[in-house]
Design a protein around this ligand. Structure first.
Ligand code: GYE
Length: 343
């Protein structure tokens, strides 16, 4: 200390004080001393430390489908519009990657963690870690099966069971006068994912009212076009008489259409096709009559997510479940709606 003399010591003290003030303001941005969430919005709270950008860690499932790309764009655009610092991580359809990303968000002390869980189970431990670190978690798009709902603030997304019901209901109506068996093949989404489980459940629930409607084969196509094509090829090889294809998303349906055409059959006529999502490529195929019915699943969850982040940080109560509104399209309706579609 001697070396610096009195001036040096004073300078060091001044620097120390400056540092303390800076840290203090950083802290106050969204956590109080007890670690509880406090308002992050300057306008709401009137606190001093309000200029700090909200840091949002988001773990995305992957880039497996047109729906996912539209969802990613929506998240990125809305985060930019909200002025958030978005830390975006792509899990490439692997739960272990999502768990790693969440742990790294905890380490980085982000303000909020949001993620779209690739599968439903196996989240309790890492969600508990986030809770212990006082970092609020918001689920988007897909649900988790955790019994302890205090592990997350809300779940924003579609009602997948209802989507499955819509698909089944339309099919029941189409074949209400059938006198013989109607053979259905099903392309399921990613095994263990909420949309795969729920879209199957809702569909089965509806079609059981007509014993002629029979699912003769059901397999996962992992929500991708390539897998959808591959699995449909094998369905066509082992089943002579397929009347209906129910695909849990547009991309698998589009892959299957390639396999159907390659087998010399006409999609939409020889085989009735129902898909879920209603993204651009799916809607285009529907407008062309290759897909007969599409159940919409809205990927534009970004604005709702950013709103929820602001609400949570401001300490406002938000509902445990925020359901996305959506519709359905026949071929004719798809043709009319296509020009105005945003995704
Ligand atoms: O239907 C599918 C995507 O979780 C709702 O994931 C989403 C699903 C969507 O890969 O295309």
């Amino acid at each position: 200390m001697k070396k610096f003399g009195k001036t040096g010591a004073l300078l060091a003290l001044a620097l120390l004080m400056l540092f303390a003030v800076a840290c203090g303001s950083n802290n106050a941005s969204n956590k109080d001393n007890a670690g509880n969430s406090a308002p992050a919005n300057s306008k709401d709270s009137g606190q001093a430390a309000v200029d700090k950008k909200v840091v949002l860690g988001f773990s995305q499932v992957g880039a497996e489908s047109g729906w996912r790309s539209a969802n990613t764009d929506s998240i990125k655009e809305s985060a930019a519009d909200a002025g958030f610092d978005l830390k975006f991580s792509d899990a490439q359809q692997k739960q272990e990657n999502q768990i790693k990303a969440i742990r790294s968000f905890i380490q980085q002390k982000v303000d909020v963690i949001a993620f779209s869980p690739v599968v439903e189970s196996g989240w309790d431990t890492v969600l508990k870690e986030a809770k212990d670190a006082n970092i609020p978690v918001i689920l988007t798009d897909r649900a988790v099966d955790s019994k302890d709902t205090s592990l997350y603030k809300t779940f924003i997304g579609s009602d997948f069971v209802e989507e499955g019901r819509s698909a089944g209901k339309w099919l029941v109506e189409q074949f209400k006068d059938a006198t013989g068996d109607i053979n259905i093949v099903e392309l399921q989404g990613t095994t263990g994912s909420a949309p795969a489980i729920d879209r199957k459940t809702g569909f089965e629930e509806m079609i059981k009212s007509n014993p002629h409607l029979k699912i003769i084969a059901s397999q996962t196509g992992d929500f991708t076009r390539a897998k959808g094509k591959e699995v449909m090829q094998s369905f066509l090889q082992s089943n002579k008489n397929i009347n209906v294809l129910y695909a849990h998303n547009d991309d698998m349906g589009l892959g299957a259409i390639q396999a159907i055409e390659a087998a010399g059959l006409v999609p939409g006529k020889d085989i009735i096709i129902i898909t879920v999502d209603a993204v651009k490529d799916g809607m285009t195929a529907a407008a062309e009559g290759k897909i007969n019915y599409i159940v919409e699943c809205n990927p534009l969850l970004g604005p709702q997510l950013m709103q929820a982040v602001n609400d949570v940080l401001a300490g406002r109560e938000i509902p445990q479940r925020i359901v996305t509104e959506e519709g359905t399209f026949t071929s004719a309706e798809a043709k009319t709606a296509l020009p105005d579609r945003k995704y």
